[in-house]
Design a protein around this ligand. Structure first.
Ligand code: ZN
Ligand code: ZN
Length: 535
């Protein structure tokens, strides 16, 4: 909605790392917002930290669009990197193939988590000319120097180095100078590589300094300029990128384009910690997105990540159970692989498969509650009669969307925004149970408003947007296969029971119900037949 003028735009605040304060978002052009985020280095499967770093801007972009902003979102792919070259050696395939392969895997994880594609997804290998130009500009401005085909940034010539990470350049130089691994060819230890001379067997491109490849930091300066201009609105990334990566991006871009250029706001998300100290080292301290979505519905993972404000650290509670007796294994047990309760030995690799995340189980239950509310609400609206008169919507549902939006406008507070749904959910469930105390019209209109406002919420959060009945059926079937329940048998019993009921053979119907109960299955009889669920 670029025709919107500044006066009509809603006020959205966001925390800016540079000023250390929450700021009102004032974009360069009213109604438009350019966002750049550092994307993945594609040398392996994404882990949950990568997923969070992609989810945070995804929700930001979705919400700004909901608020009427015309957003251009750029997230790069780092396809030239030491780790990719190393993996290329390990897998025996060219570096570019490694990058293509893991970029495709990354994309699959993002789709699973309902993270929308960025508008532009530039790759470093497609931006070598822009990178070479930028390095040349820095050389011309005396902000860089060449040594034997390598080009380094000359940090001491950039006033303001350290301003994002709040570090003092003198102190950094002092402490860096005392380290032993100082590269003799650099003027100071803080100087970083803009261009690296080619080593035998490595991918390389032509440049005025000979064959070589770009250093890591220069790519983001070059690609953001190419796709968003020398100045743009928001730069995002994980907190671990503040220093040195983002500090170096600032030095490069402002060094080349002036002090007033580059990002107006810096947004950083917190880390994910897998139960920190409580988990043994041998089980690893991170999990791939794929390992987790194999165990839990990706939407539950997404929901779980949204329950915590993006700037906060997120602690993942981790539980490891003995595969033989299901007793919890403490850190010593995990390390030795020997169950303290039944003394069964389990190899570490197998133990890792026993890891469970109680937070995700809770998130999954919560999602099921929300989807079943939506399912019942839709069924109610399909069968009840729509009132002819307009009546005010009752209770908390009336203010739900407004409260939700207010939390989101306050530094994208998804945690508060999800909280704003709780009371309306409870009230709608009460209304679905009985229409006591309200008129038929109010009951209908309140449930109707809830359903339509939740559709809007779903576009912002990327949760609750699936067909509720489909989602619930998938969840039930997933659980059945995890528990080894024979669904064909359950369905067969249901058919037999329906036939028995049709024949008014109540004794047989009851017997079949008992049989289902033994399988852990309950039956609800409705106008459209019988539906089963776990007891
Ligand atoms: Zn970057
Ligand atoms: Zn055991």
């Amino acid at each position: 909605m670029s025709e919107m003028n500044a006066a009509t735009l809603p006020i959205v605040t966001l925390f800016d790392t540079m000023t250390g304060k929450k700021q009102e978002l004032q974009t360069m052009e009213p109604g438009r917002c350019g966002i750049y985020c550092c994307g993945p280095t594609v040398y392996g499967l994404s882990h949950l930290g990568n997923a969070r770093a992609a989810l945070v801007p995804d929700v930001m972009v979705r919400f700004l669009r909901h608020q009427g902003y015309d957003v251009k979102y750029v997230r790069n792919i780092t396809d030239i990197d030491d780790k990719i070259i190393k993996r290329s050696g390990e897998e025996g395939i060219p570096a570019q193939e490694v990058a293509d392969k893991y970029a495709a895997e990354y994309k699959r994880d993002m789709v699973d988590l309902n993270i929308l594609d960025p508008d532009v997804e530039p790759r470093v290998s497609d931006h070598i000319p822009q990178i070479v130009d930028l390095v040349q500009t820095l050389l011309d401005k005396d902000l860089a120097y060449e040594v034997e085909g390598d080009v380094y940034y000359r940090v001491k010539n950039f006033k303001g180095y350290g301003k994002l990470s709040k570090r003092n350049i003198e102190e950094m130089l002092e402490s860096a100078g005392s380290r032993i691994d100082v590269d003799e060819r650099k003027e100071t230890p803080l100087d970083f590589a803009l261009w690296k001379a080619a080593k035998p067997g490595e991918p390389a491109w032509d440049s005025p300094w000979g064959q070589g490849r770009p250093g890591w930091h220069i790519e983001c300066s070059a690609m953001s300029s190419t796709h968003l201009g020398d100045s743009f609105d928001i730069h995002g990334g994980g907190r671990d990128l503040i220093f040195p990566h983002h500090e170096n991006e600032i030095a490069q871009s402002q060094g080349a384009h002036g002090e007033d250029s580059y990002a107006r706001y810096w947004s950083h998300n917190g880390f994910i910690d897998f139960d920190g100290e409580k988990m043994s080292k041998s089980l690893g301290n991170f999990f791939t997105t794929r390992e987790i979505t194999a165990l839990y519905d990706p939407e539950a993972v997404r929901y779980f990540l949204l329950t915590v404000h993006y700037r906060s650290g997120l602690n993942f509670e981790v539980v490891v159970k003995c595969p033989a007796c299901e007793a919890l294994m403490d850190k010593d047990g995990q390390e030795s692989g020997r169950c303290p309760a039944c003394e069964t030995e389990t190899p570490t690799d197998d133990l890792r498969k026993q890891v469970r995340f109680p937070g995700l189980e809770e998130a999954d239950d919560r999602l099921a509650y929300i989807y079943s509310t939506l399912s019942q609400a839709r069924r109610f609206l399909a069968t009840a009669k729509k009132p002819g008169n307009e009546e005010p919507v009752a209770g908390a549902v009336a203010g739900m969307l407004e409260a939700f939006v207010a939390h989101m406008r306050n530094d994208f507070n998804t945690s508060g925004a999800l909280g704003a749904l709780s009371k309306p959910l409870g009230e709608v469930n009460a209304l679905l149970d009985s229409g006591k105390g309200v008129s038929k019209a109010v009951r209908y209109l309140t449930i109707e408003r809830f359903v339509s406002d939740m559709e809007e919420v779903a576009t912002v959060l990327g949760c609750f947007g699936q067909d509720p009945d489909q989602w619930l059926a998938n969840r039930r079937d997933g659980k059945a296969s995890r528990l080894g329940l024979d669904i064909a048998k359950v369905k067969d019993l249901l058919v037999k029971r329906t036939t028995a009921r049709g024949d008014k053979d109540w004794e047989a119907a009851d017997r079949i119900r008992d049989e289902l109960t033994k399988l852990g299955v309950g039956v609800q009889d409705g106008p459209n037949g019988s539906v089963w669920s776990f007891l």
